[in-house]
Ligand binder design. Structure first.
Ligand code: NAD
Length: 478
């Protein structure tokens, strides 16, 4: 039975929340008020109602594409299909995209889109009609294009929808040589890039690893240094949550002791087998009753499980004033956008909990989307030109060292020298470098500036500073 939880009144409008976070950072900066206002405000929002014929009935759907900032082009951001999506939510997420891109030096402005629909309730053919019609509506208003605005997957959308979007755009731009760059997150066989599907989860893993690069800061949280053995709890077992859980458990030896979904949660103090849980969910449509685990049919419990690292990877506004007193973790790693409200965040900060903010931690998706977009414009797979050359050089070096040293090099070392970088290796290396550089920038601001209270404010300061520099250089037209 789901427990009844007391709701405490709090502003949960994501647009107001992002505004408040912006204001808190801006107050610590010396930029002119007018410039800060320009950065904060959303440039345009396109709203459209469009029909889709479903079994001889005409149904109407409402959708949005918000363009937050044109200081760099194209604009970039996900497209979510979710029944309760609103214009405010899409505008807030577009703003987060601007700050996220600036933070990780991805040269795009921020955008976001949404259609109010429950993908579970429509047949695939109707989802395809809806996606294609929405794409045409975006096209009509110049809200999509390789140099204008480039959607990507988000909640309720994935590679399949991105392929439909590309094909629709391509149909209306016959012969357009750069058409593939009109959307990212496509299947690899349709111009996608290896590593994009798992990129956001991979970025979450790299971001958490980065936090653990500083043992003294980890000790201050009351944790032993090192990720191995850390108890992890994940809310949301979709694209981001699944991949983050998989990589942290398989590559960093974390114990994922709890996973939550919309219909409940599963727990195993010894650590869940994430790959098996994923296959189970795919087969059964639920994670509940996963063999060997304790199932609880209450989606709220997972957040309140005692752990070392709590990863909300589902929706916004999950840790609020209503449940913050029951949160028992040392680190909240925000894989989702906006999972912690500002007031709840302040309480956690007081309790000494470290919040790794969304605009940093889930930037892996847009980083690899940038690699995909560049690949589409270059019309060549990363690593194709240089891989064989690297391997020949490695071979030459191994032979030379063996001859000079008079003994053979061991198989694992030989393998390192002889392996040229493939596309997936380059993508992961680019992502790891990006996450590491961005974290150090944020951490430096947080440590050096006395009045900066947390990593989120520091992340906003770094991002706003970069957008402000770009806008100052561009000037105000005319
Ligand atoms: P997704 O649709 O693949 O997964 C979301 C999962 O959360 C689903 O499995 C869903 O059933 C589950 N869920 C829904 N309501 C829940 C609830 N009340 N409790 C627990 N689980 C619930 O979406 P995603 O792409 O993994 O996105 C998750 C979050 O990450 C979103 O906030 C999104 O904006 C953010 N994000 C995604 C990407 C990306 O590349 N996909 C990039 C950046 C940020």
């Amino acid at each position: 039975m789901a427990k009844k939880r007391r709701k405490i009144k709090e502003d949960l409008n994501l647009n107001n929340i992002v505004s408040q976070q912006f204001d808190e950072a801006a107050a610590l900066m010396r930029e002119p008020q007018g410039l800060l206002e320009k950065i904060k405000k959303c440039d345009n929002v396109f709203q459209v109602t469009f029909p889709v014929k479903i079994r001889n009935k005409i149904k109407h759907f409402i959708g949005w594409r918000a363009e937050h900032s044109h200081h760099r082009k194209p604009l970039k951001g996900g497209l979510r299909f979710r029944p309760l999506v609103t214009q405010d939510e899409v505008m807030a997420l577009a703003a987060l995209m601007t700050y996220k891109c600036a933070l990780v030096d991805v040269p795009f402005g921020g955008s976001k889109g949404g259609v109010a629909v429950n993908p579970r309730e429509l047949e695939v053919r109707h989802m395809e009609q809806l996606t294609r019609r929405f794409t045409v509506e975006l096209l009509r208003k110049n809200f999509i294009g390789p140099g204008e605005n480039v959607p990507a997957p988000d909640m309720g959308t994935g590679e399949r929808e991105m392929a439909w979007i590309f094909d629709t755009y391509d149909t209306f731009h016959a012969g357009g040589i750069d058409n593939m760059a009109c959307v990212t997150g496509k299947p690899v066989s349709q111009g996608g890039i290896r590593g994009r599907r798992e990129a956001t989860g991979r970025g979450v893993q790299f971001g958490i690893r980065q936090v653990f690069q500083h043992p003294n800061e980890i000790k201050r949280l009351g944790l032993d240094p090192g990720l191995a053995g850390k108890r992890v709890v994940v809310q949301g077992f979709g694209n981001v949550g699944y991949h983050a859980a998989l990589f942290l458990s398989e590559q960093d030896d974390c114990r994922v002791i709890g996973v939550g979904e919309w219909d409940g949660a599963v727990f195993d103090p010894k650590g869940l087998n994430i790959a098996k849980l994923f296959r189970y969910k795919k087969r059964r449509g639920t994670i509940l009753d996963f063999p060997g685990a304790r199932s609880v049919p209450d989606p709220g419990t997972v957040l309140e499980t005692e752990c070392d690292i709590l990863i909300p990877a589902a929706l916004e506004n999950q840790i609020t004033l209503s449940n913050v007193d029951r949160i028992r973790t040392k680190i909240v790693a925000e894989a989702a956008n906006g999972p912690v409200t500002p007031q709840a965040g302040k309480k956690l900060l007081k309790e000494g909990v470290l919040i790794v903010p969304d605009i940093y931690l889930n930037a892996g998706g847009v980083t690899v989307s940038y690699f995909e977009w560049s690949k589409n414009l270059a019309h060549i797979r990363y690593g194709r030109m240089g891989r064989r050359l690297e391997e020949s050089r490695g071979e030459f070096l191994v032979n030379y060292l063996e001859e000079a040293g008079g003994r053979s090099i061991s198989a694992p070392v030989r393998e390192v020298f002889l392996k040229g970088a493939k596309e997936a290796d380059l993508v992961n290396s680019g992502l790891e470098g990006t996450m590491s550089m961005a974290y150090e920038e944020i951490r430096t601001v947080c440590r050096r500036r006395r009045r900066v209270p947390d990593l989120r404010t520091a992340a906003y300061i770094v991002a706003i500073q970069k957008v402000a520099t770009a806008l100052r250089e561009l000037g105000i037209f005319p």
